[in-house]
Ligand binder design. Sequence first.
Ligand SMILES: *Cc1c(COP(=O)(O)O)cnc(C)c1O
Length: 408
Amino acid sequence: MTLARHSLTPAAIPRISGIRATRAIVDLDAIEGNVRILRAALPRACQLMAVVKADGYGHGAPWIARAALTSGASLLGVATVNEGKILRAHGILAPIVILGSIDAAEAAPACQAGLEITIADERLLVAVQQAVRSHALKEPAAVHLKIDTGLRRYGATTEVAAAIALKIAADPLLRFASLFTHFASADEPSDPFTGEQLKEFEQATAAINAADVPLPPLHTANSAGLLTGMGTQYDVARPGIALYGVPPSPDVALKPGMRPALSVESRVTRLIHIAPGDTVGYNRTFRAVAPLRGALIPIGYADGYRRQLSGRAWVGIKGRRAHVLGRVSMDQIVVEVPEDVQTTVGEIVQIFGGEPPLAAPSISDMAEMMGTNAYEVLVGLRGRVPRVFIRNGEVVAVRDGSLGGVDV
Ligand SMILES: *Cc1c(COP(=O)(O)O)cnc(C)c1O
């Protein structure tokens, strides 16, 4: 049998024998390799910000962040204050930039946790200024200014950007850490809009420069920009999805040698004889016309294996496709074992991710079946699916479930 790239060494298996059979294997070697390849595609002086928002696109942010930092990333990007705090709680000291908009009341906790805030208007700027004054910080607080060059989401307009930049530069307790924008359609390389956004960004930087504000590091490129060479002439690039070895869209290819880090697997928990006329699952949407063997697998929509996959998706058993029969339940699916495949209870089943020769759908295949993009497939994988981190085929960490809350 051909070994899957993420195959665990026999020594590694006892370390995860006590956790749920349905688990995500996260290959840290793949993350590190991907970061090195992305790094090598950038100009030497360009820094790499590893975007690990949404729990590292569902992979487990602290482990991804550490792997990225050891292989060429020097900054981290998150979306929320709490995501940044989780990284700090794991002992990560690298600069962490909150890329999204936050509430003014979150400015103080963000500064105290040593997180760098992205501002786009005066309201949040004033909140940061108040926060740094009421909490004696050792160093000026780093702030980033985001410019809206066409996404019409978070960001200051080019017209007001220079005024905000002046206020940042004039405040001795602030450090103007970077100026950036975000692309709307870089994952559609034929769309000229990315070029228009870059022109708009140049105008904004020129206006700030003309206001006598020294320009901080500049950045524009997300994964798609980095992979297609759009906006990589600046000081930082901010890849997210590509770190995980997943292409941003069907129109943008990864660099040779990049590979997916995450694969979800489970085990057969029951073999079911299905007779002609039998139906499988809720609402009896599948009816057998011939005898077949079903295999029960403990994954369902509460794990992020969406109900939309009912009757559509397949899993890999011994390198062969086994199709989902009938409805996906909350916690289980039944698949059809191909006629000539021998299997037993306890057999490992590849649910998705990984690479050929595994017969499981790729993350992009899942996205197509779910009518969404690869990003949503990844972040949709729920916390109750344990994450098993491997390096060199050895288990180096396991995260099982989320930490509990606190009563207040
Ligand atoms: C999410 C995000 C990224 C990363 O985008 P990918 O398409 O995953 O590479 C980069 N920059 C900003 C501002 C983001 O919000």
